[in-house]
Structures are given as structure tokens and as C-alpha cells.
Design a protein around this ligand. Structure first.
Ligand code: HEM
Length: 345
């Protein structure tokens, strides 16, 4: 039986086993860290799992805690999501663009000659822009949300300090919103950082192949590069797990009730049979269906703004390590940033 996970051979690559599974056994029984599961690798099948209520998130939450929104099924999930969804779209995000551009320019100009990209740019950029977004959502200045950086950083923090920062952040948010909305806002806080840091790292590697200076002042090329990188190297190889609530037939395979399902974004995004027309059809990096990413407009804006600023302010940026040797923080989790990206500017 195939063992899951299948590791990426390169940060922008995909394990060759996915190609074989998708062609020969697209709904495959695997041994996973969660026990026996079904790995789904075709675009159409992954999209079907994510949009079919018989594949429950709530029933898989014990294996894979995603916070209140990602642990709930409709109709309860719809009720919670409605608390914030109107404030997460492109129009709200675009209001933050000028400030995001300023932050990106400041951080890019301050990168020392030898640096580590996650620490020098990706983390502070993501923290500060997420602070603006959450602040706009709950009606607080971003500065009041400064404990968020300690709560979310991927760097080691003494356990007590992280817990204290979380307590303070929670207290400040709770003073602004009711208990239900607080849960959803915390889901946004926790969903809104690591995936962006991961995508920034992968987009940087892709931009260096582009190469970087050619992207300066070319928003259309930057937008395409971001989408293409999300397709070929999504921050997470998979979405969160699902569990069947009743027997279901998927691509000719009969799954029993209670089957644990792993929808593979990494495999689906490289399916030659995926639809090619339309922006949302290009990849499943942001998921699909009721749980589709609430932060996708913000993430897209952040990635475009960051690459634009790097191309203008540090066009000579280069890696000081072989990209093939850069390690992901975790090969299995649904989101895995690169552990460190040594650069020179
Ligand atoms: C490039 C960056 C990002 C990627 C690739 C990404 C990817 C995803 C994916 C695949 C899902 C669906 C998971 C599933 O169905 O199991 C998801 C859900 C979610 N994301 Fe993102 N995300 C990103 C950035 C963000 C940001 C910036 C935020 C917050 C501002 C955010 C907040 C959320 C939330 C709250 C959910 C749960 C939605 C729900 O259950 O209704 N994400 N994301």
C-alpha cells in the first residue's frame, strides 16, 4: 500500500508518485499518519470531494483541527462564515493595498546584504498586512494587534511568551466582537500567516527563475507568476482531511461510511485534465466549495505587492543556497513554509 505523505523532491516540484497514482489509481488506499485513508489525486475528484456534503469536515476535525470554521459543516458553517465573509473580498482588500505597498517597500529596502528571507521580509510583511486586515474587520488600529506577531511567528518563542501574547490578543479582539465572531476572527488570524509566508517563499523562488528584475512595473506578469506558482507549488500539498458520512462512490471506487479522505491539491493542480479556462479553474490552491479560503483576495494582493516591491527595491536579490536543498518546515501538514531561505541582495 502507498505510504502518505509523498515528499516534494524540490520546493517547486511534486513527487513523481502522484503522476502514477493519478493515472492508475486516482482514489488510492494509503497508509497515512492518521491511519488508513483514501488519497484523491484527480482535479475533478478533489473538486467533487470539497463540494459534496457527504465528505464532512466536522467528522474529520478530531484528526486535523482547523479552528471553528474549518471544523464545522453547513448549515452551522454558513451561519459562522456569514459573520465576516462580506468583509473579506477584493473591494475591502484593495483599500489596504497602498499601506501594504508602503510596508513592502520599507521592508525590501531594509534587507541587509546577507539575510534570511523569511525572517527579514516574509514574516514581518505578512504580520503587518494581516494586522491591517484583521484591524479593519474588527474596528481596531493594526498597532493594537501587535501581539499577533508573537502568536504567529514561525520562529521559536518561549511557550509562556506565546501563550501570554495570545491571551492579550484574544482579550483585545473579544472587546470588539461577539463570541461567535471572535471564533471566526481567530480562525482568520491563524489561517492568515503561515500559508502566506509559505507562498511568498515559493513565489520568490519562481520569481528568481523569471528573473526578478523583469517583473518590475509589470503587474500582469506578476499576477500570472503568482497564480502559476500557487498551481505548481501550493503552500499545502493537501486540504484538511474529510470523512465520509455515508457510503459514497468516487471515480468508480466505493468508499465506506467513515472513510478518511485526503484531497491532494499538489496532485490535482498538475492534472492534465484540469479545466484551463477561467481564473478559478486554474488551480485548487485555495480549496473549493463551502470552505474555500476566506483570505484568498488578501493573499493574492499580498503576494503581488511583495513581488512588485522586491523587483523594484532589491532587483539583484539572489539565493545563497541551492533551491533544491531548501527544506520545508513540515512535509505533511496542509501548509508548509520553507524553513529558511538564505539570500544576498
Ligand atoms: C497563499 C495563501 C493561502 C493559501 C494557499 C490558503 C489556502 C487555503 C485552503 C486550501 C483552504 C481550504 C481548506 C480546506 O477546505 O480544507 C483555506 C481555508 C481558509 N483560509 Fe486560507 N489560504 C491562504 C491564505 C489565507 C489568508 C491570508 C487568510 C486570512 C486572512 C486565510 C484564511 C482562511 C480561512 C479562515 C479558511 C477557512 C474557511 C472556511 O472554513 O470557511 N487564508 N485556505
Amino acid at each position: 500500500m502507498t505510504r502518505y505523505p509523498l515528499h516534494r523532491p524540490h520546493p517547486l516540484g511534486v513527487h513523481p508518485g502522484y503522476e502514477r497514482l493519478r493515472a492508475e489509481c486516482p482514489v488510492a488506499r494509503v497508509d497515512s499518519p492518521y491511519g488508513p485513508a483514501w488519497l484523491v489525486t484527480r482535479y475533478a475528484d478533489v473538486a467533487a470531494v470539497l463540494t459534496d456534503a457527504r465528505f464532512s469536515r466536522a467528522a474529520a476535525a478530531a484528526q486535523d483541527d482547523g479552528g471553528v470554521l474549518l471544523n464545522t459543516d453547513p448549515p452551522e458553517h454558513d451561519r459562522l462564515r456569514r459573520r465576516v465573509v462580506a468583509h473579506t473580498g477584493t473591494a475591502h482588500v484593495e483599500r489596504l493595498r497602498p499601506q501594504a505597498e508602503k510596508i513592502a517597500a520599507e521592508l525590501a529596502a531594509r534587507i541587509p546584504p546577507r539575510a534570511e528571507f523569511v525572517n527579514a521580509f516574509a514574516e514581518p510583511f505578512s504580520h503587518r498586512v494581516l494586522g491591517l486586515f484583521v484591524g479593519q474587520l474588527v474596528g481596531l488600529p493594526a498597532d493594537d494587534l501587535s501581539p499577533m506577531a508573537t502568536v504567529l511567528t514561525l520562529a521559536p518563542v518561549p511557550a509562556g511568551e506565546r501563550a501570554a501574547a495570545f491571551g492579550e490578543l484574544r482579550r483585545r479582539l473579544a472587546a470588539q466582537v461577539d463570541a461567535d465572531t471572535l471564533g471566526v476572527v481567530l480562525n482568520i488570524v491563524f489561517g492568515g500567516h503561515a500559508a502566506v509566508v509559505a507562498a511568498l517563499g515559493y513565489c520568490l523562488l519562481a520569481a528568481l527563475e523569471a528573473p526578478l528584475p523583469g517583473l518590475a512595473g509589470d503587474p500582469a506578469r506578476i499576477g500570472d507568476l503568482v497564480e502559476e506558482t500557487l498551481r505548481r507549488a501550493p503552500p499545502g500539498d493537501r486540504t484538511l482531511l474529510r470523512r465520509t458520512t455515508e457510503p459514497v462512490e468516487l471515480d468508480g471506487v466505493r468508499l465506506p461510511a467513515g472513510a478518511l479522505v485526503i484531497p491532494s491539491i499538489a496532485a490535482a493542480n498538475r492534472d492534465p485534465d484540469r479545466p484551463v479556462n477561467g481564473r478559478t479553474a486554474r488551480h485548487l490552491a485555495f480549496g473549493r466549495g463551502p470552505h474555500a479560503c476566506l483570505g484568498m483576495a488578501l493573499a493574492r494582493m499580498e503576494l503581488r505587492v511583495a513581488l512588485g516591491a522586491l523587483a523594484v527595491h532589491v532587483p539583484r536579490l539572489r539565493l545563497s543556497a541551492d533551491p533544491g536543498r531548501l527544506e520545508r518546515t513540515c512535509a505533511e501538514l496542509s501548509v508548509s513554509p520553507l524553513a529558511g531561505i538564505p539570500i544576498r541582495v
